[in-house]
Write a protein that binds this ligand. Sequence first.
Ligand code: FRU
Length: 488
Amino acid sequence: MKKFFLFSLIILVIACQGNPEKKPQMSEEKLYRPAFHFTPKKSWMNDPNGMFYYKGTYHLYFQYYPDDNVWGPMHWGHATSKDMVHWEEHPIALYPDEMGYIFSGSAVVDHKNTSGFGQDGKTPIVALFTHHNMEKEKAAQVDVETQSIAYSLDEGMTWIKYAGNPVIENPEIRDFRDPKVIWDDNSNQWIMALAAHDNVRFYASPNLKDWSYLSNFGFDKGHYGGVWECPDLFPLKVAGSDEIKWVLFVSINPGGPNGGSATQYFVGDFDGTNFVLDQDFAKDLENRNDFWVDFGRDNYAGVTWQNIQRDNGNRLFIGWMSNWDYAQEVPTHAWRSAMTIAREIGLIKTTQGYRLTNIPVEEAQQTLEPLTLDSKTLLGNMKLELAIDSMKKVGYVLSNDLGEKLEFGYDPAKQHFYIDRTKAGKNDFSEKFAPQHSYAPRFTEKKTIQGTMILDKTSIELFWDNGQTVMTEIFFPNAPFNQITKIE
Ligand code: FRU
């Protein structure tokens, strides 16, 4: 008996010591649940959907599969916030039905009740989404995706699907999805941007129910190797002027600058029917086909809030902080994926042409604790302001007690920023996760590079040169990063 006890004890000791793999010491919840980025309490999430602002509340819906931590029958989950930093999750807003899964889309506040859905003076909120029919997909049919609508009379909490769905039938295009709608004051109608495989189609409607096809844009513009998804068309004021340009976001998967999925942008004009590239931008695009909202690997399918702008005309944006290359394998189990920090999208005109900028929203800048290079712990709500001499090679290293590290910085010889997460902890869950560094070009020649780093437990967001070059990446250390060092 004694012998047996000793034997089992030895086995137990061997079992505990024998595994050379570094095991996290903390619970998944403590180690990986972001401190201030939105994640669903449980299960799978992808794209942000239907963002609108109403009576002081920011609404965020999202592609959601409540029954597993991988992609599945899509619902719209729902969360709200007063400041785009603290989010409260609500019951599921839209469930799949006999017409299909509920894919990505947008929502508008129909103040004028153009839809006629309003009752008893209540303003209808109208959601526009893609119905994705799995039976048709399995039968290899082409007309898998159609566009449908639903409305809410209680400020976005519950929804009634329109009995006349779909509002746009499938015109024999297999990838035909992600309607993003805005009200266009100039042409006095609703305008929809819809992704159609390798181009964006534009539609117009007086009432959100009857849609007519206007025109399309794409085919051979920008990057078109992968499938075009989640477009967003909106006017934007050029900083410091009264000039208005129209910006078109197009997410593409695969084909991103550092692999997998990413979001590109185009600058042009929209006359109520056609989106035409600005002439200078078109030349720029030919010379340097490198116009990305974010060069990091983890910002996809992002779009802007429908009906709210900042005083300077800038728009508000949020993206899905993952990449289809490995999103379903990342080492969190209770939930999968987070959103980026909400951002303010602007447009500037430089000597080299138009450039999109994105910076964290002021609310985040104010809420997050400032970090210094000698901070004792990096856990919590963190942001760090950086200033780099553009002539010097500079790196910053986040590290932990296990010797895991993430490095980022700037290389003047190559005039690019980089992130290296190859040694930042767990990365063997997918060979596509960290095979190499990620790079992003610098667009200006200013002597000092100004940067803002937003750091959460599993993500870094770097905003260089006032948001002209942005990089967002996720990582999974086996212990919290608790040190940051500068290397020159
Ligand atoms: C983008 C996307 C959309 C689609 C949704 C499905 O990530 O593929 O095109 O509507 O995800 O969940």
